[in-house]
Design a protein around this ligand. Structure first.
Ligand code: GN1
Ligand code: MG
Length: 362
């Protein structure tokens, strides 16, 4: 394991207090995250994060997006007279050079945020918290409809299903580590449905479907809750960028409405939880219906299928490539994730009629 001199990294940031401890935080698959504990009760704790710049290649653009978005959120909440704003918007600490990130001598990129006290992440939701989560993501998107500048894409074509299929085909052709023969059945199932699942890109090219700023990584664990299980705020803002608005809806249900974790190797536990779907949908549409176009609402059930499908293709691509993208804990971790997401995708497809009917009623 690499050794990291956190004291030296932190010394570049305008932080308060004396650092007592630095320990790993959260379960993100891309960045490395630590909680920085400071001495005494008058100074905040902090979150130190190493931004994975093999994946986020333009850290300057990424941090600029985040600064624009959090400043915009803060202004909106202030205008609404909301209390406790520091618990509802992330706050980044500047370096002594006035930036919100620091690049060390080994070209590793770091940033520091204030840790929101008494906040928690969860890996699963209940029907009650799913309703709150729906409202929170709808509010998040609604707040960002009038961001005063055009944001760049921190990962170009991030949720472009056509690109994800091309990346899969390329991985299969190269078969870098000789795993193709293990997954032929999954590849052909994905290829069978690819045309249908790529419909968003076609609608976009035809000018029928817009892109707007959305979060693009609405996993359940990318949200902070307070002690009573109420949503405080949305975190992990690296992927906030223009995309299809239904991404946030579909991607949340991918983790929130799966009966089990996205990497549960026992696929008999995988399935689409209708109760979570219903509460999340009610909450989401309560805050998002005012700005969604009819086509964006019509595509919601499609998005619920698209995200496990896309995630299945992405995990599978990474497995075939020899696990170069997602953090893994054991050799077949990405394969287990792939099968899990495929099982969820299949089950979601059996719920199309129910979803359409429910969304119409909402
Ligand atoms: C990654 O960083 P994390 O764990 O919140 C990934 C998402 C995937 C997710 C799958 C930048 O999110 O797109 O849906 O893993 N983020 C990136 O669990 O690729
Ligand atoms: Mg995360």
């Amino acid at each position: 394991m690499e050794t990291i001199d956190t004291a030296s990294i932190l010394s570049h940031f305008e932080m308060l207090g004396v650092v007592r401890d630095v320990k790993p935080l959260g379960n993100g698959l891309i960045n490395d995250t630590y909680r920085v504990v400071t001495d005494g009760s008058t100074t905040p704790d902090y979150v130190l994060q190493r931004i994975n710049n093999a994946i986020f290649r333009d850290v300057d653009l990424l941090q600029h997006n985040i600064e624009v978005v959090t400043a915009h959120q803060r202004r909106k909440l202030e205008a609404l007279g909301v209390d406790d704003i520091d618990r509802k918007v992330l706050q980044f600490i500047k370096t002594r050079a006035g930036k919100t990130y620091y690049c060390d001598n080994d070209e590793r990129y770091w940033r520091v945020m204030v840790f929101i006290p008494d906040s928690f992440t969860h890996e699963a939701v209940t029907p009650e918290s799913a309703y709150d989560a729906g409202k929170a993501f709808g509010d998040f998107e609604r707040m960002l409809v009038d961001v005063p500048e055009k944001l760049g894409e921190t990962i170009p074509d991030f949720h472009n299903m056509e690109l994800r299929m091309r990346q899969l085909v390329e991985a299969v052709e190269n078969d870098e580590v000789g795993r193709r023969h293990e997954v032929l059945d999954i590849i052909s199932e994905l290829e069978r449905d690819a045309h249908e699942m790529c419909q968003a890109e076609r609608l976009f090219r035809e000018g029928k479907l817009p892109k707007r700023i959305c979060h693009c990584d609405t996993k359940v664990n990318n949200m902070l809750f307070d002690r009573d299980g109420k949503v405080l705020c949305v975190i992990d803002l690296d992927t906030v960028m223009p995309s299809f608005i239904f991404s946030d809806y579909g991607d949340f249900l991918r983790t929130g409405a799966n009966f089990t974790a996205e990497d549960d190797p026992d696929i008999s536990c995988v399935g689409f939880n209708e109760d979570i779907f219903k509460s999340f949908t009610i909450g989401y549409l309560e805050s998002a219906h005012s700005f969604l176009k009819p086509i964006e609402i019509d595509l919601l059930p499609y998005a619920v299928a698209l995200f496990p499908f896309m995630q299945c293709a992405r995990f599978l691509t990474d497995y075939i490539n020899g696990d170069t993208y997602y953090k893994i804990k054991y050799a077949t971790h990405n394969l287990d994730r792939t099968r899990n997401q495929l099982a969820l995708y299949r089950d979601v497809r059996n719920h199309y009629a129910m979803m359409e009917e429910f969304i119409r009623k909402c």
